[in-house]
Design a binder for this molecule. Structure first.
Ligand code: AMP
Length: 289
């Protein structure tokens, strides 16, 4: 695996791969890799021949200075994991390479009104701007994003459509710890006790699934029961528990054709998110989480 910091260096390597007839897969990350990140590479490998990963803790998308400062960074460990997973090229730019007095941003209307968009001022503008830049630098054929950050993944699909980026976006399943906690770089900040408490987020999704399977479709009733479940884990704050339309990410009163049920809650100062996709099938609903 080659590790390159500068944009021209990356472009050269990718041009070489392209000339050799290879299709480019791309997985952007903020590092402190876990199995969730590596599963995205696995998926990219199925459709492409040359894997690029980026690790860049993107200051522009952090609305909380301490969250940015404390974001776990362990590059050597990440490089070893990425190499083992089959990454061919690692892009690790720093702030000075990515942002030189920028005056241009990529932002999105209604899709970022709710869920994390309502609680993290400027977050998605930072995400869409950096992903646009990364797409322009890497010019991948396929890029894989996790369902874990569902508003981000759906937003990027929309951005790619709206701005005609020639890249195929794949949304990958959520990887979880054995007991069910969604893998996240931020889990590093949790104590043993907080990990056990945070499991109630997963249990709240299970609760929602059971309710939906038994015929409940009212968002209010589902989110009420989910909140009650999460409260059992004594969260320091619940940002939201919402049922939204899959396409528009606007809140809905009833479960319909395709929805997202999403949660964000704090355990200590660590903000965790999780979600479930609910799709109407011939017989009942399919819940994916
Ligand atoms: P991050 O490094 O947190 O910015 O995440 C980089 C990519 O990995 C994003 O597309 C995330 O949605 C994805 N990701 C993060 N956690 C998981 C997980 N538990 N399972 C699958 N994908 C994930």
């Amino acid at each position: 695996m080659e590790i390159i910091k500068d944009i021209n260096g990356i472009r050269e390597k990718i041009n070489e791969a392209r000339k050799a007839g290879k299709r480019i897969g791309f997985v952007p990350t903020m590092g402190y890799l876990h199995q969730g990140h590596l599963s995205l590479v696995e998926i990219a490998k199925k459709e492409t021949d040359y894997q690029v990963m980026s690790i860049f803790v993107n200051k522009m998308q952090f609305n909380d200075k301490n969250d940015y400062k404390n974001y776990p960074r362990e590059y050597e460990r990440d490089f070893a994991m990425a190499e083992k997973a089959g990454v061919d090229l690692m892009f690790t730019p720093d702030d000075e390479i990515m942002y030189i007095n920028p005056l241009t941003y990529v932002d999105m209307d209604s899709l970022t009104e709710h869920l994390c968009g309502a609680h993290r001022e400027g977050h998605f503008r930072g995400v869409f701007t950096v992903v646009s830049k990364l797409f322009n630098i890497v010019q991948p054929d396929v890029s894989v994003f996790g369902q874990k950050d569902i508003q981000q993944a759906i937003g990027i699909e929309k951005m790619v459509f709206d701005l005609n980026f020639p890249v195929k976006i794949i949304i990958a399943p959520i990887m979880r710890e054995k007991e069910g906690l969604a893998m996240s770089s931020r889990n590093k900040h949790l104590s043993e006790e907080q990990i056990a408490d945070a499991l109630y987020i997963y249990k709240s999704l299970q609760k929602a699934e059971v309710m939906i399977e038994s015929g409940e479709t009212e968002s209010g009733k589902i989110t009420f029961a989910m909140r009650k479940k999460i409260q059992q884990g004594k969260p320091d704050r619940i940002d939201y528990v919402s049922v939204v339309d899959y396409k528009t990410l606007q809140p809905v009163r009833k479960i319909g054709e395709k929805n997202v049920i999403a949660v964000a809650a704090y355990f200590g100062t660590t903000r965790l998110i999780d979600n479930m996709i609910v799709e109407k099938k011939e017989k009942g609903y399919l819940c994916t989480y």
